[in-house]
Design a protein around this ligand. Sequence first.
Ligand SMILES: Cc1cc2nc3c(=O)[nH]c(=O)nc-3n(C[C@H](O)[C@H](O)[C@H](O)COP(=O)(O)O)c2cc1C
Length: 217
Amino acid sequence: MDIFSAMKQRKSARAYLDKPVSRADIEEIFKYAGLAPSAINLQPWEFVVTYGEEKDRLVRRLQKVHAERDVSCGPGTSAPLPERFSKRGSKALKAMEPQVSKLNLPFNEFVEKGSCSFYGAPVAIIVTIDRVFPQIRYLDVGLSVSYLLLAAHAKGLGTCPIGLITAYADDIADVLSIPEEKEIVLAISLGYADEASPANDFKTDREPLSEIFTWYE
Ligand SMILES: Cc1cc2nc3c(=O)[nH]c(=O)nc-3n(C[C@H](O)[C@H](O)[C@H](O)COP(=O)(O)O)c2cc1C
């Protein structure tokens, strides 16, 4: 698969087949994630991969804390978003809602409980960065995550970045013995996407270039 096809086709998967992913395939994807560029080649990204019983243990804990302490999916900003951004969020939710309604689940429940269970994916990845790094280095981690998502897609695997779970970072750190000096910045679900599920039957669109691009000559 060429890079442009992978970039065009990739989309977040929110329903997965009950089909194992081989450790060799997982490791190969991480080798590609590690090829991302980073400032002074510091490679500040770190990944904790959970599978099988360990993933189930993590999901049980997340479901428990979510039931006790509900958080909802949001942009995480301290001030309201300017309209051009909030419109994009609404548009994405509008694309998802009709499909999710076919699952007979309230939308928020689907996203929140789904995120806390990695949407049933067999692999749950926790992305961390050492707290010693300044915020700008989070950009490097994001680049690596992009490589990871594209490499997974090229191998026929689905992914979904999951930021919601960072609200439960302390619990995740506890379950997986992630030391205090590492900050949990994201999770990613990984597995074979269930293409037949309505949860995967939509694709978000993107703004035209004119919205994100300024040319000076
Ligand atoms: C940093 C980040 C955090 C995200 N957090 C969540 C999440 O908690 N739950 C979820 O269902 N999707 C989450 N997503 C997926 C986005 O909703 C998705 O990427 C966006 O709507 C664009 O759709 P696409 O990935 O299908 O292109 C997250 C994506 C990113 C990049």
